[in-house]
Design a protein around this ligand. Structure first.
Ligand SMILES: [Zn+2]
Length: 244
C-alpha cells in the first residue's frame, strides 16, 4: 500500500495545497478528499483520465470537496469511459449541477455515488473501508482503510473521538492538526495528536493541515523537537510518498 500526499495544507494556505492524498494498492487507486487547490496537484501526478477507481470525500467543506467538479470535467474532456465510484455524503449529487450545469449528461462514463455513514463497512476491490465521526464544525467522517496486510486511517478534519478502538494499532494515521499545543474548536493539535497516537499504539503519525502561520513561522524552529519514543512522526510535503 502506497500513500501519495497531494496537498497537506489547511484551507487558506497560499503555499501548500489543501489536505488530500492518494492510496494505491495492488488493485485500487483511490483519491481521498478533493479541495479547490487539489486538481492541479492530482494532474501533475497523473493526467490519465482512467487512472482513478474511486474518490472519497470526508465532508462538505470547500477545502475538501470543491475540486471535485474540475476533476470530473477533465476526465470527461480527456475521454474517460469507465465507471468512477465516489464515496461520500448525500449532498454531493448537487455539486456538478452547481458548478457545470447540464454537463454531467454529456459524460461518457458513469458515476456510482455511494453514500457512507458512521458504522458503514464498505468492501471495494481489494480494500475495506470503515468510518467514524470526528469532532469538527461540519459533519465529517474519518476513514480507516485496510488491504488485508496494512491499515491506515485519515481523519478528514477534526479531532478523533476519545475512547474508541477505531484507530487502535494502525500502521499510519494521517491526522488533521492545526496549532501546536492549543486546542481550537473543531481541530486537533500537534501535541494532542501525538498523545492520542501513543495511547492507541499507532506506528506512524503524519501531521497535516497545519495552520499557515504556524507552518511558515514556527515549524522550522521546532521541527526537530516534534518527536516521540513510541510513534514515528512525519510532516509530509506535497507529492511526498509513504510506503506501508
Ligand atoms: Zn472542515
Amino acid at each position: 500500500m502506497k500513500i501519495i500526499f497531494l496537498g497537506t495544507g489547511e484551507a487558506f494556505d497560499e503555499n501548500v495545497p489543501n489536505n488530500s492524498h492518494l492510496v494505491i494498492t495492488e488493485k485500487t487507486k483511490l483519491l481521498l478528499d478533493c479541495g479547490y487547490s487539489v486538481p492541479q496537484q492530482f494532474w501533475k501526478f497523473n493526467s490519465d483520465p482512467n487512472f482513478l477507481d474511486a474518490i472519497y470525500i470526508s465532508h462538505h467543506h470547500a477545502d475538501h470537496s470543491f475540486g471535485l467538479p474540475a476533476i470530473l470535467m477533465r476526465m470527461w474532456e480527456d475521454g474517460r469511459k469507465r465507471k468512477l465510484t465516489i464515496f461520500g455524503f448525500n449532498g454531493l449529487r448537487n455539486y456538478m449541477e452547481f458548478a457545470y450545469k447540464d454537463f454531467q449528461k454529456k459524460f461518457k462514463y458513469k458515476i456510482n455515488l455511494v453514500e457512507v455513514q458512521e458504522g458503514s463497512n464498505v468492501k471495494f476491490q481489494d480494500i475495506k473501508m470503515s468510518f467514524q465521526k470526528t469532532v469538527h464544525s461540519g459533519q465529517n467522517l474519518a476513514v480507516k482503510i485496510t488491504d488485508g496486510k496494512n491499515s491506515y486511517a485519515y481523519s478528514g478534519d477534526g479531532s478523533p473521538i476519545a475512547g474508541s478502538n477505531f484507530y487502535r494499532d494502525l500502521d499510519l494515521f494521517i491526522a488533521e492538526t492545526y496549532l501546536y499545543d492549543q486546542g481550537k474548536i473543531g481541530h486537533a493539535s500537534v501535541v494532542g495528536a501525538i498523545k492520542f497516537s501513543e495511547e492507541n499504539n499507532i506506528k506512524c503519525l503524519a501531521l497535516t493541515h497545519l495552520n499557515r502561520d504556524f507552518r511558515k513561522n514556527e515549524l522550522p524552529k521546532i521541527k526537530e523537537t516534534i518527536k516521540s519514543d513510541k510513534v514515528r512522526i512525519v510532516i509530509p510535503e506535497p507529492l511526498d510518498e509513504y510506503n506501508l
